[in-house]
Design a protein around this ligand. Structure first.
Ligand code: ADP
Length: 221
């Protein structure tokens, strides 16, 4: 019996990792068994091409690598992860939570395309990853619904507080705007569950947002 695969998705700075952590803590507290994966897995060999790409080795502009080529780099890491880490657990009925998944290609690589090409790209992406390569389809994708200004503010706060340097995606505000466009399109096109992060134009508290995330996850279990 197949398990459940639940994905948290959103543009950079949308608060997705924060919500992922809160969700894991809550399920752990409840004693609910699960496995979790955060993509990309930067510490694994399978992410070598992702690191080259995000580090700018193939060009300093995200558009220097086509949406299709970059999607394959990210797919390889997910495939290795499925095969060596959580595939068996999932195939035996386990609950798997993912911070990013195939759906991140929809957003970050879809961002490179004209709106008229996005639908065709999504068709290719899901045919490739789920049908041909047989990665499991998520049971639900929870999409952090946010605006550009708030996500940029949150990214700025994060970069200055933890001292990290942004990758070629994070340092291009225009790119982030295109990610939001691709994410909003994908959410509508693919039926992702929207998690409202804003109220009256301001970020809701982490625990308010967590309440919504948790409610949807509980419905699925
Ligand atoms: P992502 O994983 O989507 O890039 P993060 O979870 O890392 O986003 O959040 C980006 C920044 O915003 C972090 O500094 C985080 O502490 C902060 N943050 C996340 N959620 C909220 C919230 N609801 N209110 C205020 N700040 C938040």
């Amino acid at each position: 019996m197949k398990g459940k695969l639940i994905v948290l998705e959103g543009i950079d700075g949308s608060g997705k990792s924060t919500q992922f952590k809160l969700l894991k803590e809550r399920l752990t507290l409840e004693g609910r068994p699960f496995r979790s994966v955060t993509f990309p897995r930067y510490d694994k060999d399978s992410s070598a091409l992702i690191r080259s790409y995000l580090g700018g080795e193939f060009g300093s502009d995200p558009g220097d690598v086509s949406a299709w080529a970059a999607s394959v780099f990210f797919f390889v890491d997910r495939y290795a992860s499925f095969k060596t880490d959580w595939g068996e657990y999932y195939n035996n009925g386990g609950l798997v939570l993912c911070d990013r998944y195939t759906t991140s290609n929809a957003i970050h690589q879809g961002a490179k395309l004209e709106p008229s090409r996005l639908g065709g790209f999504l068709d290719w992406l899901f045919e490739f990853e789920y049908t041909l390569m047989e990665l499991p389809k998520p049971d639900a994708v929870l999409y952090m619904d946010i605006d550009l200004k708030t996500s940029l503010d949150q990214l700025c706060g994060r970069q200055s507080s933890d001292g990290s340097v942004g990758d070629i995606h994070e340092t291009h505000a225009d790119y982030l705007e295109n990610c939001l466009r691709a994410g909003d399109f994908s959410a509508a096109h693919l039926g992702w569950r929207r998690i409202s992060c804003l109220r009256d134009g301001a970020m809701r508290t982490q625990s308010e947002i967590h309440g919504d995330v948790y409610k949807i996850v509980k419905e699925l279990l």
